[in-house]
Design a protein around this ligand. Sequence first.
Ligand SMILES: [Zn+2]
Length: 244
Amino acid sequence: MRLSDVLSKPPKREYIQVDGFLKGKKGNIGQQVDLTVGNIALNYFCSECDDLRTYYSKGKLTAVFVDKDTISIDAALECGSCKNCTQVWFLVHSENDITSVAPKIRILKLGRHLSEKVAIYGTKYGEYSTLLDKAELAYNNNLGAGAIIYLRKIYEKITICTAQQMNIQYQQYEGGNPKNFRELLEEVDKQCSIIPFEFKKNGYKLFRELSGLVHGNCDEGLGLLKYEALNENTNPPAMLGRIE
Ligand SMILES: [Zn+2]
């Protein structure tokens, strides 16, 4: 596997071994190294094409050593169809020697500076798209509490919308919010399986945690950690796919 393969996938917590890409470099802080690792390819919603498109990195990628085991990589990406541009930034950390022949790496941070015509989800998921985009952008900017709140809003909207479609009655506060969200979620899920199995087996634990975070104290660090777990385990777009 090459570095570009890892950069072309969503960040994961596990370290992945890749072909050496900084072999024999000193790794002094601030040192710049041109990389020969292939192109980065990431999917974004392109408003010019009005659909999801693959954006490819243009030009030579350069790494800057942030410390001995960490590098920063900037990339300009271009839509494969219409040449719309956007920028991303990666902080890549290595578990072993990053200059070795087989470094084990992971994306520590993926920063996106999305241009106006580019979005993560665009209009693909209707009214949920904006919330999904906001959750991701908050997460990208280390605003863990914000990311969690948007995520909770998405789950709530999906659940309520499904309940309405299936004529499931529930107690509401003024304004329409359910009085017992978890109860409603379980009821909806019983009739129309919207929650992935991996998630259910823990007795909806992640949802409980999500509620706890929104209603209790949620610091940014904890929010970021939980957002990763929630997003990974529930995948809001996959849930939306189940209702459509
Ligand atoms: Zn395009």
